[in-house]
Each structure stands twice: as structure tokens, then as C-alpha cells.
Design a protein around this ligand. Structure first.
Ligand SMILES: NC(=O)c1ccc[n+]([C@@H]2O[C@H](COP(=O)([O-])OP(=O)(O)OC[C@H]3O[C@@H](n4cnc5c(N)ncnc54)[C@H](O)[C@@H]3O)[C@@H](O)[C@H]2O)c1
Ligand SMILES: [Zn+2]
Length: 411
């Protein structure tokens, strides 16, 4: 016998079954603060405990090994001069170390330090890899503690900084384990970029390029005009005697990228809506990136996918040929050569799309440009269009090889 209880909404299969439904809402709020001179002992930002107050309890400071090498002395004197009790753990920052074992290493150290539920949150200073490892550890520790994130690469400053999620690789899959538990505070100081290798800066530019294409024409123009110069000056302020505007432009480029990302994420933090314009550049690239590994960095593969998707848009007449040429030219100016042999491999790119469709729960949901700074979503991209775009990528690659041969010939 089945009957309906009017209190609540359950249909009970038998009169002896009881049911309760708990419904709660979670307010999520976190901040991303750009603060120049973060390691200046007079700058209090790094010591602040989210929610207010300060602590005399020991805090764990997790450092990316490159950051420890380059900034370790300054970081240690910052905490020493502020008489803060801290302990350090240094972790390698590279994709192959983004593992659950590293996250457990952080957990062990949190135990050793005696980390409380709320009052002495750990601080991670480093690239996206260590930020993700610590994010996973913090989400597991005591079922979730707050942490402070200080991203130190361009990619992590513009992309990971706003992210609500953290993940570690597992079982051969990227980010297979993880959670959506954003740290209450992320602190950004672009001075860290002064030491980031060129290629890593260009890698970060790949994500900025994507953001410009999907929603910010002004950002695109800034990249067009100043992108190469920003990389050359490592996003640092003009040196004496240098009359450029690198500092201001760097702030605007980083600021617009973060603001754009925050705007896109906020209404869809848990990604329940699978039509995400920030997935632009991430439809075909994941498999190509994985197959090309370790040859291609993430941002490089993303920039190629941005161009691949723009070729589809141009073939459909959604963007003009002139816009496509501008997009290709900017990618090249940023040192993100928009092609790779795997992007002309129709079978592989089709397989990549099939995998993305699974990830998007059975739909293509392909973000495709309708202009520079605007996207629509397509669900009917055909194998023929993929083949056409692969062909276009092949021609880009050949023209690059010709240019290269000519410049080598000329030298
Ligand atoms: N949580 C998210 O939503 C999210 C978003 C985007 C990317 N990610 C993750 O971020 C990772 C990529 O981050 P990444 O590009 O920062 O790579 P990374 O963390 O591997 O850092 C790149 C290299 O730069 C070094 N480094 C860090 N800071 C430096 C500095 N100031 N000067 C010199 N060298 C420095 C690191 O040691 C490393 O060797 C990926 O694992 C990706 O999955 C996560
Ligand atoms: Zn990305």
C-alpha cells in the first residue's frame, strides 16, 4: 500500500517507512585581493585571519619549491619580523606532483603543527599545483578548514585565484579527486611574476586570451597592443628611464581577467549549468594536451583550441575572416603559436569532442565566438566542420614552418 503524507513531500512505499528531508543553504563568500608589496613586513595582509582577529597559534606555511628558492629568505623574515609563529613545508610545483600523496603530506604536517578548525589557517604560496594540493588537503582536514592562497604564477593569479575548486590527479586522470571549497582569501602580488619563466608567462596568457575572446573586447585590444611587451617586462612596473605604461596596463590586464572570471563563476560556482563560456578553449584541448604531454603546457593547448574554435566560427559565418586573422595574430604575438600536428588529426580531435560531450553530460555545449568578446553555444557541430577546422590548423602549422624556414634562411 502507498500513501502520501501531506507534511513534507515524500511518497512512502509502506506505512512503516519514515522519511526526513534536510534542506540547507550555504552562503559562499571569498575575496581576491591584489596587494603590492605582499612580502613587505609592514604589509599586514598575509597575517590577517579570515573573519577577523589574529592568532598566536602556529600556522603552517606551504611553499612551492621555486618560491622557496627565490623568495624563501624574504618570506621567513616577513614572519620573523612580525613575530608570527610559523612552520614551513616545501612542496614541488609541477603537474606530476599534484597527487593525493602530496595532499596527505600536508595533512600530516597540519597535524604536527596543531592546526585548529578555524583560527590558524595554513597559507600556501606558489603556483596552481601547490595551491590545488593544499586546497584538497584543507578540504579534507577536519572535514574542511579555511586556508589562504597566494598564487605566484601568471596562470594561477588570473585563473586559480578566483577558483572555488581544488583537485589532485588520480588514476591517470587530471583533477579526478577534489572539491569545491574556496579559500576565504586569495592574495595577489604581481611582483612574483618577475621571476616566472617566459614560457610560464605565455602559458598564463593563454587563459587571459580566452577571457578576452569570450567577453572582453578591451582586454583583447590590450593584448593586441601590449601583450608582447607585458611578457617582455614580466608584468613589472616600468624601470627608471622606461617610458612605457607597463605597470598600469599590467594591473588592468590582470584585473580584467580576474573580474571576468569572477563574473562568470559567481552565478555557476558548482558548475550545475554546463553551458560555461569559460570552457572556451577547453573543448578540444584536454585530450590534445594529454596526448602531447609533456610537450604542451595547458595555456598553450588552450590558446590553440581558441583558434580552432574560432575557425569553426568563421566557417559558419559567425565571425568575419578579418576577426579570425586578428585572433591568430594576437595568439602569435603572445608567443602562443596556434597550431600543433595533433590539432590537424581529425580522429583525435573528434575523440576529444566525444570525451568533452561526456563531461558536459551528453551535450556538445560548445562555446563558439559570435565576435571578439561574445560567445554562443552550439550543439550541432558536425564531423565535417571538425575536419575543416583541422585542415585550417594544418595550414597554420605549415605557414609557421615556412616563416620559420625563411627566418632561419635569412639568418
Ligand atoms: N583550481 C582550479 O580551478 C584551477 C584553475 C586553473 C588551473 N588549475 C591548476 O593549476 C595548475 C597549473 O598552475 P601553474 O601554471 O601555476 O603551474 P605550476 O604550479 O606547475 O607552476 C609552474 C612552475 O612555476 C614555478 N613557480 C611558481 N611560482 C614561481 C615564481 N614566482 N617564480 C618562478 N617560478 C615559479 C613552479 O614551481 C613550477 O615549476 C594545474 O595543475 C591546473 O590544473 C587549477
Ligand atoms: Zn584552463
Amino acid at each position: 500500500m502507498r500513501h502520501i503524507l501531506h507534511k513534507g513531500e515524500f511518497v512512502y512505499p509502506s506505512p512503516r517507512t519514515q522519511g526526513w528531508r534536510v534542506k540547507a543553504q550555504l552562503d559562499v563568500e571569498y575575496e581576491v585581493i591584489e596587494t603590492p608589496g605582499l612580502l613587505d613586513p609592514d604589509n599586514p595582509e598575509l597575517l590577517a585571519v579570515p573573519g577577523g582577529g589574529s592568532t598566536t597559534d602556529t600556522r603552517l606555511i606551504i611553499l612551492d619549491h621555486a618560491v622557496d628558492e627565490l623568495y624563501g629568505t624574504r618570506i621567513r623574515s616577513y614572519f620573523a619580523e612580525n613575530s608570527a609563529t610559523v612552520e614551513y613545508l616545501t612542496l614541488p610545483g609541477s603537474e606530476e606532483y599534484k597527487s593525493i600523496d602530496r595532499a596527505l603530506e600536508v595533512v600530516n604536517k597540519l597535524n604536527e603543527v596543531g592546526t585548529n578548525r578555524l583560527s590558524n589557517p595554513p597559507i600556501v604560496i606558489g603556483g596552481g599545483v601547490v595551491a590545488d594540493v593544499v586546497g584538497v588537503a584543507a578540504s579534507l582536514y577536519r572535514r574542511g578548514i579555511p586556508f589562504i592562497r597566494v598564487p605566484t604564477t601568471l596562470l594561477s593569479q588570473v585563473d586559480v585565484s578566483v577558483a572555488a575548486k581544488s583537485g589532485v590527479n588520480y588514476g591517470g586522470y587530471r583533477n579526478r579527486l577534489g572539491s569545491y571549497t574556496p579559500p576565504p582569501r586569495t592574495l595577489i602580488d604581481r611582483e612574483f611574476l618577475a621571476t616566472v619563466p617566459d614560457r610560464q608567462l605565455r602559458n598564463g596568457m593563454g587563459e587571459i586570451f580566452k577571457m578576452a575572446l569570450i567577453k572582453d573586447q578591451r582586454l583583447f585590444e590590450l593584448l593586441e597592443e601590449h601583450g608582447a611587451e607585458l611578457i617582455q617586462h614580466r608584468f613589472q612596473d616600468p624601470t627608471p628611464g622606461y617610458d612605457g605604461l607597463t605597470g598600469t596596463i599590467a594591473d588592468e590586464v590582470i584585473g580584467r581577467s580576474i573580474a571576468g572570471m569572477a563574473e562568470e563563476l559567481e552565478p555557476n560556482l558548482w558548475e550545475k549549468n554546463l553551458q560555461r563560456s569559460v570552457d572556451y578553449g577547453h573543448s578540444f584541448s584536454p585530450l590534445v594536451e594529454m596526448r602531447a604531454s609533456p610537450e604542451l603546457l595547458h595555456g598553450e593547448a588552450v590558446a590553440m583550441d581558441c583558434v580552432f574554435s574560432a575557425i569553426i566560427a568563421a566557417h559558419r559565418g559567425l565571425i568575419s575572416g578579418a576577426d579570425l586573422d586578428r585572433i591568430i595574430a594576437v595568439a602569435r604575438r603572445l608567443g602562443l603559436e596556434p597550431s600543433h600536428p595533433l590539432f590537424s588529426d581529425v580522429a583525435l580531435v573528434s575523440e576529444a569532442l566525444a570525451d568533452t560531450i561526456r563531461h558536459r553530460n551528453g551535450q556538445q555545449n560548445l562555446p563558439i565566438l559570435t565576435g571578439i568578446g561574445a560567445v554562443c553555444f552550439l550543439n550541432d557541430v558536425t564531423e565535417g566542420e571538425i575536419a575543416q577546422a583541422c585542415d585550417g590548423m594544418g595550414r597554420l602549422l605549415a605557414s609557421h614552418a615556412d616563416d620559420h624556414a625563411q627566418s632561419v634562411g635569412a639568418s
